[in-house]
Structure formats: C-alpha cells, structure tokens
Design a protein around this ligand. Sequence first.
Ligand code: FAD
Length: 299
Amino acid sequence: RRVADRLNNAHRPTFSVEFFPPRDEADEAVLWRAIRELEPLDPAYMSITYGAGGSSRDGTIRNIARVATDTTLVPMAHLTAVNHSVAELRNVIGHFAAVGVHNILALRGDPPGDPMGEWVPHPQGLHYAEELVRLIRELGDFCVGVSAFPYGHPRSADLDTDTHYLVRKLRAGADFAIAQLFFEAEDFLRLRDRVAAAGCDALMLPGIMPLTTPRTLRKTIELSGATPPSWLVDRLAPLEDDPKAFRAEGLDVVTELCSRLLAEGVPELHFYTFNRSKATRELVERLGLRSPAPPLALT
Ligand code: FAD
C-alpha cells in the first residue's frame, strides 16, 4: 500500500511514526514492543531510518520487511546514497519491492562521523537526493518521499536556493516531503508557502518530536539547525531537573504546536518515537487522531 494513497484518501487528520534500526537483540525487542503498541492506532504509515553502516542498515532492511509481512502497518523505508554505488542502491530498492515495501524516503544522507564534513559521493554513486528519487521511480511503482528543511538545509546558501532544489527534488517524482524538526507552526507554514509559491502542490508533512526529556529538546535543537525561541526556553529550561514536570510541560508545548498545525489544514503529523510508544500514544489521544480501533491503556 502506498503512503500517498492513504494520505489522499484520509477523511480526517492522521499521524505516522518513525523508528530507528535496533542495535542488538534487546533493542529489537523494545522496537517491536513499540510497533505492536502503536499498530492498533492505525498510523498512516511507519518508517525506519537508514544508518551509515552495515549492521545498522541490515537492521533497517530486516525489520522493515518484517513490518511488511507480520503487521497491518504500511511500511516506509528510509534510504540514503551514503557509501552506496548505484548498483547497490538498485539491489536494496529491488529487495524492498520483493518483500512488499513500496514506500521509500529518498535521502542523500550526511558524511559518516561529521554531518557537516565534506560530502564525497561514492565513485559510482549519486550526488543528491533528487537523483535517488529518479532511480527509485525508474525501478518500479514506488511511492517516494523526500526531506525538507523549515529553516533551510544547513548546506544551503539561502532559503531561495533551498526551495529551488527542494522543488526540483519533488518534481523529479516525489509524492510528499517530511519536514525536519522546527519550533513554531509558522516556521513549517512558511516552508509550505514557499513550496506552494513555486507552483508545487506536493504534500508537506511536519516532523514532530515529543518533548519528554531535556535530551529530546537538545536533539530537536541540533536537528532543526536553529535557535529555539525564548518562550520555549523559558517554559522548559527551569524544569530540566524535574523529569515529571518537564515531561508534562513538554507534551503541552507539543500538543499546542500540533493543534495549531491541524488548524492550518496539515493532514498528517509525523512523530519521532525513539522506539517507544507512550508519548506518541498520549499525543494521538490528546489530539483526537486515534482511529476507531480499541484504545490501549496508557501505562
Ligand atoms: P539533498 O536534497 O540532496 O540536499 C542536500 C543539499 O544539497 C541541500 O543544501 C540542497 O539544497 C543541495 N542540493 C540539492 N540538489 C542540488 C543540486 N542539484 N545542485 C546543487 N545543490 C543541490 N539521514 C540518514 O542518514 N538516515 C535517515 O534515515 C534520515 N532520515 C531523515 C528523515 C527526515 C524527515 C529528514 C528531514 C532528514 C533525514 N536524514 C536522514 C538526514 C538527511 O540525510 C540529511 O539532512 C542530509 O544532509 C540531506 O539529505 P537530503 O536528502 O535532504 O539531501
């Protein structure tokens, strides 16, 4: 099943969930517990990120295949061009199709080790995500997503250049873009407006981090590439040493952000789960995104 079809046919706002590949067996059990706990809420799709190296990549490929065969969820695999020749990328993409994964988030990826280090493409590989979108399209009837950056990609000279290449990447055959983390609804809405103003009507989906701990806030700041607004720091910084109060306030902040996005017609929220389900389940419940399936107790 295709993500774009699910989103276009949805009669009300929905959500999706992102996981990362497990490092070992214990991690894999944790991942699968979260997957099983989220499955009854019927997310539009679930995705697993793609790492820089062999065992992590195997973890993505193995687990996304298991999602396709063993669950009712719609799987989407992330895939990057890092350290892959085109022949290898063709193999991975062909494997996804063979195991029933027909949705791929096409990314260029970062240089392993230092994300802002020099980007050196594989000698027989690709330079930009746009080329990966084309390759995936060439190889079959895939639904393809790409990444977008509300504050511009850190390597982009300015927002106009960033929008130019984002729109090129979407026009190369992507069905939707998922936005990197951001702090205020307006930051995402301005990105959506820039893309629309360029004459592109691809679906733009916001990435949402449940702010349950100081660590998730630090991660959000790091990934967004931006400075958090002072109101956010004022609300959360004083609670850094009080885990319960931080979590309560953090989830309030995220609920307010999501409510504003939904009020602006955003069709879907993409939650980072960190391979746990509880915070996402709570947000889904609060925002009324839950499907008609029976709810799970919030333990
Ligand atoms: P591109 O779209 O190729 O863009 C990279 C830079 O090049 C941008 O500055 C762009 O403006 C510029 N550019 C693009 N095309 C051209 C061109 N033709 N000429 C000149 N300049 C150009 N990383 C992982 O390793 N694994 C993951 O699973 C993963 N998942 C992610 C999910 C989401 C939703 C997001 C937002 C990011 C994710 N990333 C992941 C991180 C991503 O790989 C990095 O941000 C990476 O630096 C950029 O990848 P991209 O696909 O956006 O690159």
